[in-house]
Design a protein around this ligand. Structure first.
Ligand SMILES: Cc1cc2nc3c(=O)[nH]c(=O)nc-3n(C[C@H](O)[C@H](O)[C@H](O)COP(=O)(O)OP(=O)(O)OC[C@H]3O[C@@H](n4cnc5c(N)ncnc54)[C@H](O)[C@@H]3O)c2cc1C
Length: 432
């Protein structure tokens, strides 16, 4: 039986702790907050989209960075395994649009409870308000067995344990770092794991906020603040090349744009946006071609020939959008509909199909769903999550340089890598 210390009581840490305890290890989990899973609590707007019920190939497609690295972890613990795990703990799940899986209760607290009870059942010692300050390593020791000696030579050092902020040192045969990223810091994810990685000789790739709202130029977004658009298509271009295209839902805020479609776009355009502003075009009626839309508007106009332009748009656009459409179409609001020229109508059609905004910059980590970048996966064994540099040291979850689009995929990364790490911890003295 090995002594395993898990750092972080988030998704990856709790799953790793359960997996290690199931294999008969003596597991302690250290969480700096006064309670477990503060970030899980706010996921999916409090409902927790805990995974995406799809095939492994689709999980892999949803990963933005270092897709191949996750092959083994995803096959080792699939989204169906995630669902089965929670159902086994007595938490019913339901699957919604886009294969998104939620607790049937719509309460993220049920996910935390299921993990917490599972840890209790398998004897994990949970230490709350226990901030880990450092992970402790020593020289890799020799081993009696030649094969083990050869393996150990690959590691420059071996884990010894951890030191808490209180100064207390705790010996461990294996340490699993599951400290998350640096987004929504109030949840406890303050980047400590990156420091632990660097202090033990690992590289950390550049960090940036991802799945994050985007600021726009001018006051159009502010005027539309609170408006949510469904079933629209967006395109982002750098003036010449299309960088992103997607269909779905978005929202306007006082500073710019957000919502699922924008968050997904943010993860794909962030490098370009760091260089210069980008063009966003919203197709408000993607189901209609330019000609079909023109015919539709013409029908509206013919049915209300003698009305003023400002009074005939109610069937076409949400109320909040109407004044903006009037202003941007440059058709006088008081103009009688029968006086609107073909050219003016064409302008309205063009604006509806390509409502333009200029994206200026991403919002910061406080509003980012995830942190892009992290512990370099080149230094981690993809089958076990063990460091290739320090024997007995494992990394799991968002602390690694891995991220995916929205839809339950980021939590699946946490479950799969947490499970891989926890179930790979070997018996003391036989670990590789
Ligand atoms: C608003 C929001 C909504 C989201 N919604 C979804 C969603 O619906 N579906 C989805 O798939 N993903 C979602 N995500 C992303 C998802 O929450 C994360 O990818 C996932 O929680 C990462 O899990 P983790 O265990 O790696 O890290 P975390 O959940 O961040 O857990 C890390 C834990 O480590 C603890 N810790 C840190 N440093 C130390 C230390 N030194 N000592 C002790 N403990 C420490 C922290 O307090 C924290 O509890 C959302 C994220 C946000 C911010």
């Amino acid at each position: 039986m090995s002594r395993v210390a898990v750092i972080g009581g988030g998704a990856a840490g709790m799953m790793a702790a359960v997996a290690a305890a199931h294999n008969g290890h003596q597991v302690s989990l250290y969480e700096k907050n006064e309670k477990l899973g503060k970030k899980i609590y706010i996921t999916g707007k409090g409902r927790c989209n805990l995974t995406n019920d799809c095939e492994v190939e689709e999980l892999l497609q949803a990963v933005c960075v270092n897709r191949k690295f996750l092959y083994s972890a995803f096959y080792g613990f699939t989204s169906q395994d995630t669902i089965a795990f929670f159902e086994k703990q007595g938490m019913r799940t339901k699957t919604e649009r886009g294969n998104r899986v939620f607790p049937e209760s719509d309460h993220s607290s049920d996910v935390i409870r299921a993990l917490s009870e599972s840890m209790k059942r398998c004897g994990v010692n949970v230490m709350l308000e226990s901030e880990v300050e450092a992970v402790l390593c020593g020289q890799a020791e020799g081993s009696a067995d030649a094969a083990q000696r050869k393996e150990k030579a690959a590691h420059s050092s071996r884990i010894r344990g951890i030191r808490l902020r209180s100064g207390q040192e705790i010996c461990a045969d294996a340490v699993i770092v599951a400290t998350g990223g640096i987004s929504y810091r109030a949840t406890g994810s303050t980047g400590d794991g990156y420091r632990f990685a660097q202090e033990t000789g690992h590289s950390v790739t550049p960090l940036s906020p991802s799945l994050v709202p985007i600021e726009t130029q001018g006051d159009w977004a502010k005027r539309l603040q609170g408006l949510s658009l469904r079933n629209i298509e967006i395109r982002v271009t750098d003036g010449k090349k299309e960088l992103f295209r997607g269909f779905g839902e978005m929202m306007f805020t006082h500073f710019g744009v957000t919502g699922p479609l924008i968050l997904t776009a943010s993860s794909q355009i962030q490098k370009k946006l760091a260089g210069h502003p980008l063009d966003l075009y919203i197709d408000l009626k993607p189901a209609l071609s330019q000609e079909q839309l023109d015919a539709r508007i013409l029908r509206e106009f013919e049915a209300a020939k003698n009305k003023q332009f400002k009074n005939v748009l109610g069937n076409l656009f949400p109320a909040k959008l109407i004044p903006v459409m009037i202003e941007r179409s440059m058709i006088p609001p008081e103009k009688a509909v029968h006086d609107i020229s073909r050219e003016e109508r064409q302008r309205l059609v063009a604006l509806t199909k390509q409502f333009p905004l200029t994206l200026t910059r991403l919002r910061d980590y406080n509003e980012a769903i995830i942190t892009r970048g992290g512990v370099s996966v080149k230094e981690i064994n993809p089958a076990t999550m063990e460091s290739k540099k320090v024997a007995g040291l494992y990394f799991a979850g968002e602390v690694l340089d891995l991220d995916a689009v929205t839809g339950g995929f980021n939590l699946q990364i946490a479950w799969s890598t947490g499970y891989a790490a926890g179930s790979s911890v070997m018996q003391e003295g036989t670990d590789h």
